[in-house]
Write a protein that binds this ligand. Structure first.
Ligand SMILES: [Cu+2]
Length: 383
């Protein structure tokens, strides 16, 4: 990987559990701690229901589904430099602090109570079926940036909020926060969450999802078929497909069977990274898919997360604080984080996404965080 980029990753839980394809096995993998903002964990994988294995994602049929949460961040080479100069004792202390912070992730007990459930209950009122599409137009592609810290989400020095869990993926530890005049300023490390972006053309997206299973569990009846593509100035086409696998349960926060509808995520919810604002989420999914360029698969399998939310951007397309949200507009976010599960050793290992897209400084963009806003949305409840 690029030595000038450090990535910080989210944690997942992988458990195998096809609802209709016995036998299933599952396993929760160990969490490697890579200071200072690199950790990962594997959760549970579950096969998608056969009822959704058709159409343009036919290949997904019979595949194992993973669920994931993801997010990745990249730190600048300057940060890496200071990190490398840290004395060994200091590094060990930092690692211990990080392990302690990760151990304080707020949903650990909740997740433990759900990950082995073999027969999860369904949503009240029946499954929610959602179709979302964008036929064309531009997309907003996030670039690595330093996220400003919302006091409503992160509190203030001495009265912190949202500090536990995997840094950047879940909370942000106090030592990773800039402070000025008694207030937090920004996350010290670059991440996919910030104000920097570029626009790419010919953005197309199609999602068909079912939210049937209510809670996290070892198995799920949720399903996702997703495809999105966009083009750079040179005419290269970038594409993401998902999900051969769905995350039936999370490791650091719930995934509600891999698909969740009509919920609050991110920010103060402590469901997903706090670096995104607290946002009403009409639909979100976590699964495993692939990254392509010009019709060629560049990276597979990769963790994929998508969500349809209320609008969280402001003037100049800055990523807003909670107070800046526009509840009557909607947008779709696609996230491919720079981390991968390690099925042999357990846990996740750092692995920047081979996006095939170079940043102006010549380095590869190590993640995709892409926003679609020209949407047609349909939802239906019931069998
Ligand atoms: Cu999200």
């Amino acid at each position: 990987m690029n030595n000038h980029l450090k990535t910080c990753l989210p944690r997942f839980s992988l458990s195998k559990k096809p609802p209709s394809v016995p036998p299933f096995k599952k396993g929760v993998l160990a969490i490697p701690i890579v200071p200072p903002f690199e950790t990962g964990e594997l959760g549970g994988i579950s096969k998608q229901p056969r009822t959704v294995s058709k159409g343009w994602l036919r290949n997904a049929a019979g595949g194992v589904a993973i669920s994931v949460l993801l997010v990745g961040c990249a730190t600048s080479s300057e940060n890496n430099t200071s990190q490398h100069k840290m004395p060994m004792a200091g590094q060990a202390q930092m690692q211990m602090q990080m392990q302690h912070l990760v151990s304080m992730a707020p949903y650990r007990g909740y997740l433990a109570a759900h990950r082995n459930v073999s027969r999860p209950l369904n949503l009240l009122g029946g499954p929610v079926k959602v179709s979302i599409s964008q036929p064309g137009g531009g997309v907003f592609v996030s670039l690595p940036d330093y996220r400003r810290l919302d006091p409503d989400v992160f509190g203030q020095p001495g009265m912190e909020r949202a500090f536990a869990g995997t840094p950047g993926i879940d909370g942000v530890p106090p030592m990773a926060r800039g402070v000025e005049n008694g207030h937090y300023t920004r996350f010290k490390h670059k991440s996919p969450f910030g104000d920097k972006f570029i626009v790419m053309k010919d953005g197309m997206m199609r999602l068909e999802a079912v939210d049937a299973t209510a809670t996290d569990a070892a198995t799920t009846r949720d399903s996702v078929k997703f495809m999105a593509s966009w083009k750079d100035k040179a005419g290269n086409t970038y594409e993401v497909r998902c999900c051969k696998m769905l995350a039936s349960h999370g490791v650091e926060f719930p995934t509600f069977g891999g698909v969740v509808t009509n919920h609050i995520l991110h920010g103060s919810s402590r469901l997903g990274t706090a670096l995104m604002p607290t946002e009403y989420t009409y639909l979100a999914f976590w699964g495993m898919g692939e990254v392509r360029k010009n019709g060629q698969t560049l990276d597979k399998p990769r963790l994929i997360h998508g969500m349809l939310t209320e609008y969280v951007r402001t003037t100049g397309y800055q990523l807003g604080f909670d107070k800046d949200i526009t509840p009557t507009r909607r947008q779709f976010h696609l996230m491919v984080p720079p981390m991968m599960p390690d099925m042999a050793k357990g846990g996740f290992h750092k692995k920047p996404v081979n996006t095939g897209f170079k940043l102006p400084n010549g380095m590869m963009l190590p993640f995709w965080h892409v926003m679609f806003e020209n949407l047609t949305i349909q939802g239906q409840r019931g069998d």
